[in-house]
Design a binder for this molecule. Structure first.
Ligand code: SF4
Length: 298
C-alpha cells in the first residue's frame, strides 16, 4: 500500500527558480507525435486557444484534489472537497479572467451553477475510486525536470506521487476530460511513460505503478512499466526532439490528419482542412516547454 510518511520531494527543482532552459513537456511531445503542425501552432506560433468548459472544470477539480491532500487525513471528506469547488473557481477565474469566457450569452448564473455541479460529480467520482484518508502522498502537482543523456530536458507536472514505505513509487494522474477513453488512453499512457522515465532518471527507481483515474467514468487503469520499455521511450523522445529541431529552421511542420483533429482548435487554418496557416514566424526562443494549467489538468 502506498501510504508512506509525507516528505519534501528532495529531487524536485523549485518552480520559481531562475532562468529556465527550453524543455520538452509531455503535452508538447504528444502534440508533435500527434501532428507536427499542431506542435507548431502551439509551441512556435503560440496561437491562443479558447478553453472549453470541460478543460476548466478539470483544472478546478485538480486544484480541489490538491487542496484536499493538504488537509489532515481525517478531514479529507467529500463535503470538504465539495465546499472547495466554488472558492477554487473564484480564485482561478480571478487569476485568469479569460477563463470566464466559457460562460456566454444569457443565464450565465444557471450555466455556472450547472457547471459547478458537474465538477462536484467528478469529485464524487474520485471518492468512489479511493479513500484519501488512507493515503499520504509524497507530493501533489509535483514538478519534475531531468536531462536525458542526449541533452533533451524533460519537464512536467505529476498530479500525485505516492511512495510506499518500501520505496515503491506510484504515479497517479486524474483524468477529467470528456474525450472518449479509447481516444485519450494512448495519449495518457504516453504522458505517464514520460513521468516514469523522468522519475527513473531522477531517482534511479522505475515507478512500480502508473495509475490513471478516470473520474467521469469512475474507473482506474493501472500500468506497470519496465526498464526496457522506458529505454525505448527515451529513444522516442530523443527522436521527437531531433525532428522538432530539424523542422524548426524552415517551419516544415506538416499536418497529420487523424480522428484527433475533432478536438483541434486550428482546423480553419490547417491545410488538411483547406485552410492556410499564418506565415511561419521563424524559430523563436525555443519554447520553454511549460504547460498551461489547462494542459496540466488534461
Ligand atoms: S486539424 Fe488536425 S491536422 Fe490540422 S493542425 Fe489540427 S491536429 Fe493537425
Amino acid at each position: 500500500m502506498f501510504s508512506g510518511p509525507g516528505t519534501e520531494p528532495g529531487s524536485t527543482p523549485d518552480a520559481a527558480a531562475a532562468p529556465r532552459r527550453p524543455a520538452l513537456s509531455p503535452s508538447r511531445a504528444g502534440d508533435f507525435k500527434q501532428c507536427p503542425l499542431l506542435y507548431r501552432f502551439r509551441a512556435v506560433d503560440r496561437l491562443p486557444e479558447t478553453p472549453t468548459k470541460a478543460q476548466v472544470r478539470g483544472t478546478v477539480v485538480h486544484a480541489v484534489l490538491e487542496q484536499l491532500y493538504a488537509l489532515p487525513a481525517d478531514e479529507r471528506q467529500p463535503d470538504r472537497a465539495h465546499a472547495m469547488i466554488a472558492p477554487t473557481w473564484e480564485r482561478l477565474s480571478a487569476e485568469e479572467p479569460g477563463l470566464t469566457a466559457i460562460f456566454d450569452g444569457e443565464s450565465v448564473e444557471e450555466q455556472l451553477a450547472a457547471w459547478l455541479e458537474s465538477a462536484g460529480g467528478l469529485v464524487d467520482g474520485y471518492f468512489e475510486l479511493e479513500d484519501p484518508r488512507r493515503l499520504q502522498p509524497e507530493a501533489c502537482e509535483l514538478l519534475v525536470e531531468t536531462e536525458l543523456d542526449s541533452g533533451v530536458l524533460l519537464r512536467g507536472y505529476i498530479d500525485r506521487l505516492d511512495v510506499a514505505p518500501t520505496g515503491e513509487i506510484r504515479v497517479v494522474d486524474y483524468k477529467t476530460g470528456v474525450a472518449p477513453r479509447e481516444i485519450g488512453e494512448a495519449k495518457a499512457l504516453f504522458q505517464m511513460k514520460f513521468y516514469a522515465l523522468a522519475l527513473w532518471r531522477l531517482r534511479g527507481v522505475v515507478p512500480r505503478q502508473l495509475r490513471l483515474m478516470y473520474l467521469a467514468d469512475r474507473q482506474s487503469l493501472a500500468y506497470t512499466p519496465d526498464e526496457a520499455e522506458l529505454s525505448r521511450f527515451e529513444r522516442t523522445l530523443d527522436a521527437i526532439w531531433t525532428a522538432i529541431l530539424r523542422a524548426a529552421p524552415t517551419g516544415d511542420f506538416r499536418p497529420n490528419k487523424t480522428k484527433l483533429c475533432d478536438w483541434c482548435s486550428h482546423q480553419a487554418i490547417c491545410p488538411a482542412f483547406g485552410g492556410t496557416p499564418p506565415a511561419y514566424p521563424g524559430w523563436p526562443e525555443p519554447d520553454s516547454g511549460d504547460e498551461t494549467i489547462l494542459e496540466r489538468a488534461d
